[in-house]
Design a protein around this ligand. Structure first.
Ligand SMILES: Cc1cc2nc3c(=O)[nH]c(=O)nc-3n(C[C@H](O)[C@H](O)[C@H](O)COP(=O)(O)OP(=O)(O)OC[C@H]3O[C@@H](n4cnc5c(N)ncnc54)[C@H](O)[C@@H]3O)c2cc1C
Length: 507
């Protein structure tokens, strides 16, 4: 018996040519192109892409692996650099915790990671032992020395890593590749979305007078959410009560070759939000993410310029609005929302493209197992909401446990009573000396962030009893000198970040 092809002969219409649209086109083509699925991507020449989104989690490595695109092909085209993790200066203010690093961890950190958890347990019990994550994770050490996270031969385990890249160039790279693989590309603006009596979308009517019909419609229209919200009326679940930031101002600045090429994102807390600094091979991307209820555009731009100092001189600022939250159902009728149209959780941990990937991958898997009007739809939506809400809680933690008193913004964030019950429980158990490990296990996958990330944020921001006493004799404390030696030995395998990239491509 012939096996049923999940999408043979059908026509997938992707509306939107931002990063989400081209990622969707690439992944659908990879999964279903050979089965005969036709893919058309429509984008407007009149409506810009958002033009930001330059940091990733390690999950983006999986995207390029799926498409069989090696680093030496896409990285040069996107001025890309490696990312060992994110540094967070200025969030806590507690002595000893002025800055901490959220590492991308791997098996290389196995032993030192356990030492870190162990020390955290002691410190939660009031014993004064080293707990800043920077000292326990190899990625933090790599970033501190401007090293590449890609080791030379000889190391048994290698650290995980993400990337920084020019968002516009990544879109252009994926577009060129998709067109070469036969994806139809139309430039036009959709003026009307036609639906049948059941609510399914049947066609998109274009400004030039034509129309395009299809079987499955992928809404990648960014914050416009043209199909999922404007046509299908999907409810938007705002995260505004826990994530106050709804604006950003972005500004590029030059690299200083004398300073080496950083392999980390830096996310510095400022008066009413935080500023990102992302190194590409050609420039830094910077931006200030803030709350419009607390400051206006020009105050934010001034603050960013002050923060960047002379590097900001002459740089043109771009002001952006953000809609923070998610739709209730990402797959509704014959429409799947992907990217900013489905939701956004502000860029603090650079998770948006990971959600794009997860959404498309899960859809391909569940759709393939089910049918067109699938019984899998509720399970799919529940799963994607779990990803969004899990990430939301981790992002909210940065604000909830901040230690700043320099503005109402930070105090209101700290006093915010609207955090989820799950996050409240995590904080209560951590603070009260309860069984944090069991709680993490109980929530499991729903937390999205794994144990090291939860420890890194709570320990990195100094969430410990204020008084700590010296460790009594015979207390088993993590041997910091051994950890230091282990890192020194491992670090010798990693090249300088700039040298490594320069060997891959001249810049
Ligand atoms: C300040 C900020 C910082 C960010 N930082 C990061 C980060 O570090 N890491 C990360 O992963 N993500 C980040 N993001 C998110 C990231 O930018 C987006 O997830 C990503 O760019 C995908 O956007 P998109 O393709 O969904 O939407 P867009 O880029 O907005 O694209 C929308 C597309 O839809 C088209 N369109 C809209 N309406 C119509 C119409 N009627 N007819 C035809 N076409 C139409 C437009 O022409 C455009 O092509 C950030 C976002 C913001 C706001």
């Amino acid at each position: 018996m012939m096996q049923k092809k999940p999408f043979g002969e059908k026509h997938i219409i992707i509306l939107g040519g931002g990063t989400a649209g081209w990622m969707a086109a690439s992944l659908f083509d990879q999964a279903w192109g050979a089965d005969g699925a036709r893919i058309t991507l429509i984008e407007s020449a009149e409506i810009d892409t958002i033009g930001v989104g330059e940091g990733s989690t390690p999950y983006l490595r999986q995207f390029f692996r799926t498409l069989n695109i090696p680093e030496n092909e896409w990285m040069p085209a996107c001025n890309a650099t490696y990312k060992c993790g994110i540094r967070f200066p200025g969030w806590s203010g507690k002595p000893g915790f002025e800055s901490y690093f959220h590492p991308f961890f791997s098996e290389l950190d196995q032993d030192t990671g356990y030492a870190f958890f162990h020390n955290c347990a002691l410190r939660r019990g009031g014993i004064d032992v080293p707990v800043n994550p920077d000292r326990f994770f190899v990625s933090a050490q790599l970033a501190a020395q401007h090293k590449s996270p890609v080791a030379g031969d000889g190391l048994r385990h290698t650290p995980d890593y993400g990337y920084h890249f020019d968002a516009g160039l990544l879109g252009a790279f994926l577009k060129k590749r998709a067109e070469a693989r036969g994806i139809n590309h139309r430039i036009d603006t959709v003026e009307r979305v036609a639906q049948d009596e059941s609510g399914d979308i049947t066609a998109l009517h274009l400004k030039d007078g034509g129309s395009v019909d299809g079987d499955l419609f992928i809404d990648c229209t960014g914050f416009a959410a043209l199909m999922i919200q404007k046509s299908l009326g999907e409810r938007f679940v705002s995260y505004g009560d826990v994530l106050f930031n709804d604006r950003a101002v972005a500004l590029a600045s030059p690299l200083n070759p004398a300073e080496g090429l950083p392999s980390e994102t830096v996310s510095t807390a400022l008066g009413h939000g935080w500023a990102w600094k992302i190194p590409l091979t050609t420039r830094f991307g910077n931006g200030y993410v803030y709350s419009s209820a607390h400051i206006d555009e020009s105050t934010a731009e001034d603050a960013l310029r002050r923060h960047l100092g002379p590097a900001a001189k002459g740089g043109e600022a771009r002001h952006l609005k953000m809609r923070v939250g998610r739709v209730e159902n990402h797959w509704q009728k014959n429409c799947l929302a992907v990217g900013l149209s489905q939701g956004f959780i502000e860029p603090l941990e650079a998770t948006a493209l990971m959600l794009v990937q997860l959404t498309i991958e899960k859809f391909i898997q569940m759709y393939g197992e089910g049918d067109y009007t699938s019984r899998h739809q509720p399970a799919f939506n529940q799963r994607i909401n779990m990803f969004f809400d899990g990430i939301r809680d981790y992002i909210v933690t940065h604000y909830k446990i901040n230690g700043r008193n320099d503005s109402d913004y930070w105090i209101e964030n700290r006093d915010n009573p609207h955090i989820s019950d799950r996050l409240a429980e995590l904080l209560a158990v951590w603070d009260g000396g309860g069984d944090f490990e069991t709680l993490l296990d109980r929530y499991g996958d729903a937390l999205i962030y794994l144990r090291p990330s939860w420890y890194a944020i709570l320990a990195g921001m100094g969430r410990f009893p204020s008084h700590a006493t010296s460790a009594p004799a015979k207390t088993p404390i993590a041997p910091m000198h051994q950890i230091h030696d282990l890192h020194t030995e491992a670090l010798a395998y990693f090249p300088d970040h700039r040298d490594h990239l320069a060997r891959m491509y001249p810049f």
